[in-house]
Design a protein around this ligand. Sequence first.
Ligand code: NCD
Length: 343
Amino acid sequence: MTETPWHHRHILSLRDFSLADYATVTQTAVSFRDVLSRRTKKVPTLQGRVVTTLFFEPSTRTRSSFELAAKRLSADVLNFAPGSSSLTKGETILDTAKTYLAMGAEIMIVRHRETGVPQAIAAELDRMGAGVGVLNAGDGQHEHPSQALLDLLTLCTVLNPDKPSIEALRGKKIAIVGDILHSRVARSNLWSLTACGASVHLAGPPTLLPLNFAEGFRNSPIPGSAEPRAIAQHDTLEPALADADFVMTLRLQHERMTQHLLPSLREYHQRFGITRDRLTACRSSVKILHPAPVNRGVELSSDLMDDPSLSLISQQVTSGVAVRMALLYLIGTRSRDAALLNA
Ligand code: NCD
């Protein structure tokens, strides 16, 4: 692996990611995917270093994926479980982070149901001059950078399996469908996909896709580029699906819905559920993504979800480990010799 410039101490949001950052993450992840296909799947890159997962909200995929990624890099991993921790005795989140800092944690991976918690931890650790890298593993409805980056690797791999690269995304049409209002996955994907030159078409009922939602994204420039971000939004499915190269469906996030936002799940499925019939409007090579967990038969029909010729869900999970290895590597070895990877 060649040394690549990497300037981010933390990965909290993709808003400030440049095209070069996406290329670096993707190329690094491709190298790690090769490591993961070897018989010995471990490299000594983070040997003796402590990585902590601070998940204040339930997670299956993301936490396990980060844990496996850290272990594949030979780090020592501490998993924090809020239910059985001192949080139940009134300890604050910042004090929890400082406890792990005192144990030598150099990277903290943080998920929280409230927007801004990973940022608050990163700011406090920076204030202390701790030199710790914080990775946002999902904060409220705000961002989920590692999910969007694994989606990016998955898309680039489908478009060019032998040599995945972000250039292949330029000009592709990607529909993002469903509960966009509550989705941190959609927000992070909007930054990454548009920065890579794809055009994103959002579709959902107005209660889950507020009027002018896309505006704030459109008005935020791509770092290091004068190109506009190509985003359209629709309150029906058809214009989003027409000639789409990829369809990303999102879970209805019942746990974040504070009011009754849908008449019924049946009606939602009829209007916005992705089914085999509906896909005929897309390009014949269309593929489906979903960050999971999936409400089967609501946002996505069960048969599509289980059809490996159309669904990329398993590939997304596999890409996740390589991408998270790349993120831990880039954060953990910012100033160190990349040659360690090849040792
Ligand atoms: C997503 C999340 O937690 O934001 N899932 C994930 O990380 N795999 C999406 C979701 O929960 O629907």
